[in-house]
Ligand binder design. Structure first.
Ligand code: HQG
Length: 180
């Protein structure tokens, strides 16, 4: 089991568990879970998986993107879905400030519309600037937005914390950007 095999498996799992289970005829339940055995079987025509490899990817993934059920039989992505599943997170009080990393070319539109969730279920926010900057750099020249999550919370906008530490909310209206 080498690094490239692990990276390839992680990308494949992100694709089928967050976006396109249909691509391999996989069914996810309402909370995004599926049997590891089913996943391995359905993936066969595209990718040779085995239980040890799947468990290694779950355990070593640097962002803890995937989770196993307590009995170890089922797997799901912890966040990032575009398909309509209910991950079952309870709303939580956010820290006073959260960060969002984006690319400079999106700023004009973001100033007008706020942060939109696009095809994902939520806008993704980070607890620290470094993480947010890395997320932004995926899209181009990074720009960092500071968000007044305290006021959003006071005004009744909901926040969720994913199992892997990503703060999620539905929309960040422009008035909550600090110094943009
Ligand atoms: C931008 C990774 C124009 C938004 C990361 C972002 C994250 C707007 C892009 C997770 C906009 C969407 C998500 C507006 C938002 N006008 N652009 N009004 N509102 N945008 O990939 O947050 O590696 O869907 O700023 O770590 O970059 O996949 O979202 O640049 O947690 O596990 O539209 O993906 O995690 O891009 O990244 P994305 P994101 P994983």
């Amino acid at each position: 089991m080498n690094d490239s095999q692990i990276t390839k498996t992680s990308k494949f799992l992100s694709y089928v568990l967050r976006h396109k289970p249909d691509a391999i005829g996989l069914q996810l339940d309402e909370q995004g879970w599926t049997l590891v055995s089913d996943l391995i079987e359905k993936a066969k025509p595209q990718l040779a998986l085995n239980e040890a490899l799947v468990r290694k990817v779950v355990a070593t993934n640097e962002k803890k993107r995937f989770a196993l059920s307590e009995d170890g039989l089922r797997i799901r992505a912890s966040q990032g879905h575009s398909i309509d599943i209910d991950i079952g997170l309870a709303p939580q009080m956010p820290p006073d400030v959260l960060y969002h990393g984006t690319a400079t070319r999106f700023l004009t539109s973001i100033r007008e519309q706020g942060l939109l969730r696009g095809c994902r279920q939520h806008v993704h926010l980070s607890l620290d600037c470094d993480t947010a900057s890395i997320v932004g750099a995926r899209h181009g020249k990074p720009a960092l937005l500071e968000i007044d999550s305290k006021s959003m919370h006071l005004h009744g906008l909901k926040f969720f914390l994913s199992d892997n530490g990503v703060w999620l909310t539905e929309h960040v209206p422009p008035k909550y950007f600090i110094l943009l």
